[in-house]
Design a binder for this molecule. Structure first.
Ligand code: 13P
Ligand code: SF4
Length: 349
């Protein structure tokens, strides 16, 4: 576990991180991207971290890959590339850098390391996990194979390298239906998200059998809650992530990956939108879409929220938090991830 008092004392020795309204004003162009959701006082606190991180990135030839669930100051002020899991995995194969800082959760950093073994991949907090990745092991995959002999295993990228290595191909929420449909078998095993699997089954001709994992953020939404909200506010457009239950998806106007959700809101510009996903999503696009009123509620991912500007700066300063994957496992896992990327590129996803 990161020792935060130690982190703070190391950073205090090397950087002036006192809140600075002057620096905040100097970096106003960055603040303009989030001034609807971040207060001027908070920006004055973040500004010295942003300056230090962006300078250190140049020195280390580092890039920050930021997931759509990062808080606005990470998403807008220090990330070089932002996107959903599929886009970040693809970006990891393309970036010309010595160091990748994964502003996301551990399975994303592992995926970057699997795809770019020659690069240093830094995870600002190793405890940024994922309830889905924790729900299954490679033995679980073998159990499913024994139960459904001959059926290919499609594993969500929200899995450990060991699980990816034990699978035939990976998928993300952006390509799950297409990947399952492309399998040369009538029955397809999906791990570990039971709800993503059920939602895919509703759109596919395949028989989908699945592992009973779930996302602790998306499983909390209920169709009853959404119906009640829609009754109170009939104008609202409800947009859900496919990690939600099929009932919630049926109650929604659109379902897609985190980037799919962002694109839908951009394309459709509803007067009111409820993003049935992690809270930072609405905050990150609020400034770009002033005409859209974002309805609460939302649920917070406690793992994604472990990543902070302070921990990113500390990782870049000390180069601690390097993600390693056993080379034998990485080689097998790479096949599963690369098959997904190749198929996605072929399908133009
Ligand atoms: P996306 O692939 O849609 O970005 O989702 C990742 C995730 O962890 C959602 O909970
Ligand atoms: Fe995992 Fe859910 Fe958090 Fe995404 S939102 S990282 S699936 S726990």
């Amino acid at each position: 576990m990161l020792d935060i008092p130690h982190v703070r004392s190391v950073l205090a020795e090397h950087y002036d991180l006192t809140p600075s309204p002057e620096l905040a004003e100097e970096m106003k162009d960055i603040y303009d991207k989030m001034d609807r959701v971040v207060s001027p006082a908070d920006w004055a606190i973040y500004a010295p971290y942003v300056k230090a991180i962006n300078e250190l990135k140049k020195k280390r030839n580092a890039v920050i890959l930021g997931h759509n669930y990062m808080t606005p100051e990470i998403f807008h002020a220090v990330s070089d590339f932002v996107g959903d899991s599929l886009q970040l995995a693809m970006k990891a194969t393309e970036v010309d850098a010595d160091v990748i800082v994964q502003a996301g959760v551990h399975f994303m950093a592992e995926t970057s390391k699997i795809l770019s073994p020659e690069k240093i991949v830094l995870m600002p907090d190793m405890e940024a996990g994922c309830s889905l990745a924790e729900s299954i092991t490679a033995e679980g995959v073998e159990e499913m194979r024994a139960k459904y002999p001959g059926a290919p295993v499609v594993s969500y990228v929200n899995t450990t390298a060991e699980v990816k290595a034990a699978s035939d191909i990976c998928c993300t929420s952006a390509n799950a239906v297409q990947i399952v449909d492309a399998m040369d078998s009538d029955t397809v095993i999906m791990t570990p998200d039971q709800f993503l699997a059920q939602n895919v089954a509703n759109q596919s001709k395949k028989k989908v059998v699945y592992w009973p994992g779930s996302c602790i953020v998306h499983e909390l939404y209920t169709a009853d809650d959404l119906r009640a909200y829609r009754e109170m506010d009939p104008e609202v457009k409800i947009i859900a992530h496919p990690e939600c239950t099929p009932d919630v998806v049926a109650e929604s106007d659109f379902t897609g990956s985190t980037s799919g959700i962002i694109k839908w809101v951009h394309d459709n510009k509803p007067a009111k939108a409820m993003l049935v996903t992690e809270c930072s999503m609405a905050s990150n696009i609020a400034d770009e879409l002033p005409e859209v009123e974002f309805a609460k509620p939302c649920n917070m991912c406690p793992y994604m929220k472990k990543i902070t500007l302070e921990k990113i700066l500390y990782a870049l300063h000390t180069m601690e938090g390097q993600v390693e994957v056993d080379p034998e496992i990485a080689e097998k896992a790479r096949l599963s991830v690369q098959r997904m990327i190749d198929l996605s590129r072929k399908l133009g996803l």
